[in-house]
Design a protein. Structure first.
Length: 270
């Protein structure tokens, strides 16, 4: 895809195509035959996967899309994986994120909220949902696998556009965690960078095993239907498919290891 990311929000320009960046971090885009990306360093593996709907897109304009992204961290069965410390994504210049007229939510409304309370406070800023599974390891107790719900809200943090991930775990005890994905714009083929530091509170006793997100939002602004995420398939004339380097993604763990990959994907012209 040759057209650049277009920032269509209100506020500073650096927030181009955030959720497409998350797709780059965790997976596949557009092609029905896309395969998961598996990277390894030592005895640590990270598997990225995902996709978009619809898979076929217009050649010469942007169309609304929904995105599902997921990732799995694997380590030897006898060990917990190291704590996830940072996520960084640098992505190619294609697609659009449009937040014009979309309300924002603040961390203060989410820090102590349950899932229902977060929705009550910030449903107008909701841009997606998902979940996390983690291995809970407490001394002198049998490790258990727990699941947490995730809500994704449009936000501005430090005068920069962002997404706040609200993660709520009910068992073995109700716990709320908040993760902020910040965005900046740089020059080059991979011009939009999304970076999140995983708070120590997430890693205190939990070791993340899997994470998935479904990102989609349609809304009306100034009488017009808008989509939070849009994309096109800019295949050359005469071609109905195109393959391109979608993004460079990296995850860093507490022990210093970084696993990274360049994701190559294909789109189809509708």
């Amino acid at each position: 895809m040759t057209h650049p990311f277009r920032w269509r929000g209100t506020g500073p320009r650096p927030a181009s195509a955030l959720v497409l960046a998350l797709v780059a971090v965790l997976g596949a885009v557009a092609a029905s035959h896309a395969v998961a990306e598996l990277t390894q360093r030592g005895n640590l593996f990270v598997r990225f996967d995902g996709g978009i709907q619809p898979k076929a897109l217009p050649r010469d304009r942007l169309a609304p899309i929904a995105v599902r992204i997921e990732g799995t961290i694997r380590a030897p069965t006898t060990d917990d994986p190291p704590a996830l410390h940072r996520i960084r994504i640098a992505l190619n210049r294609a697609g659009s994120l449009d937040t014009r007229g979309l309300p924002t939510c603040t961390m203060g409304k989410l820090r102590s909220a349950s899932t229902n309370e977060a929705l009550a406070a910030c449903s107008s800023a909701l841009v997606g949902s998902g979940g996390v599974t983690a291995r809970i390891s407490i001394p002198e107790q049998t490790p258990t696998l727990t699941r947490a719900e995730m809500l994704l809200f449009n936000s501005v943090v430090g005068n920069r556009p962002a997404i706040i991930a609200h993660v709520f775990q009910l068992d073995p005890a109700p716990i709320t965690r908040v993760i902020v994905f910040r965005i900046r714009h740089v020059r080059g083929a991979f011009g939009t960078v999304l970076e999140a530091a995983v708070p120590p509170s997430v890693n205190r006793t939990a070791h993340i095993k899997t994470i998935y997100l479904q990102l989609e939002r349609h809304f009306v602004y100034r009488g017009r239907q808008r989509s939070y995420l849009s994309a096109g398939c800019a295949a050359p004339p005469g071609f109905t498919m195109v393959t391109f380097p979608f993004a460079q993604a990296a995850v860093t763990f507490e022990d210093g290891r970084t696993l990274s990959s360049t994701l190559v994907r294909t789109c189809r012209v509708r």
